[in-house]
Design a protein around this ligand. Structure first.
Ligand code: PEP
Length: 251
């Protein structure tokens, strides 16, 4: 199982309908066949339309930024995995630190979301990462290890093969502060080691582990050149086609 190199964009709560369509079109027209796999993580309102815009391009896929953990029912305002699938979505970002912080999502809840997403044939992009005080206390590996175990260790090997992991130190998200390539590599290596112990070498070696936290065109190459960094989950810089395309060709 060969791991994929991925540049995933997380648009967060940005881009109205026309802006989102134009951004997707600009990315489609600038993307080279030799670039990494590009994943656009857009607000729900764009999904169906952008799935049409990207449909003929093999190295660009669509992600949602969240999903409800139940199949369907009386959950006003929520979106199910089946609904996402019906709009052409292939990936779902789960466990982003903003969802943990502002919506109280725990790893137990995220584990349920991972299960429903996998059940519907979608691929989770599972985000984990420590806050600044945890890193300063030297407990970042312990915390990320707990997150990974709680959210992923109940999966079968076949299920784990469908998961993309994103290490996103909270102190580096939207702050302009990037983890050094060495800090990213150390944590990615640690995460891959955990996956190896639990799921074996084939699965661990084939899992794409993305780095997230202020990835920009001028730091992407050095981060992505680390042996266990298989790409990036990109927030701010994914909102500008030129910057995002530059990141997608930084491998
Ligand atoms: C993110 O939202 O996942 C992220 C990493 O944001 P930024 O690139 O803006 O730090």
């Amino acid at each position: 199982m060969e791991r994929k190199l991925i540049a995933a964009g997380n648009w967060k709560m940005n881009m109205d309908y026309d802006q989102g369509r134009d951004l997707a079109k600009a990315i489609v027209s600038g993307l080279q066949p030799s670039d990494a796999l590009v994943i656009l993580g857009t607000p729900y309102i764009h999904l169906k339309n952008i799935s049409g815009i990207i449909k003929d391009i093999s190295n660009i896929k669509l992600a949602a930024q969240n999903c409800h953990q139940e199949e369907s029912g009386a959950y006003t305002g929520e979106i199910s995995a089946a609904m996402l699938k019906s709009c052409g979505v292939e990936y779902v970002i789960l466990g982003h630190s903003e969802r943990r912080e502002y919506f109280g999502e725990s790893d137990e809840l995220i584990a349920q979301k991972i299960d429903i997403v996998l059940k519907h044939g979608l691929q989770p992009i599972y985000c984990c990462g420590e806050k600044l005080e945890v890193r300063e206390a030297g407990k970042h590996e312990e915390l990320v290890g707990e997150q990974v175990k709680t959210a992923l260790f109940h999966l079968t090997r076949e299920q784990m093969k469908q998961v993309v992991v994103a290490y996103e130190p909270v102190w580096a998200i939207g702050t302009g502060k990037t983890a050094t390539p060495q800090q990213a590599q150390e944590m990615h290596r640690f995460i891959r080691g955990l996956l190896r112990k639990k799921f074996g070498q084939e699965v661990a070696g084939g899992t794409s582990i993305l780095y997230g936290g202020s990835v920009k065109p001028d730091n992407a190459k050095e981060l992505f050149s680390q042996p266990d960094v298989d790409g990036g989950l990109v927030g701010g810089a994914s909102l500008k086609a030129g910057d995002f395309l530059a990141i997608a060709s930084s491998f």
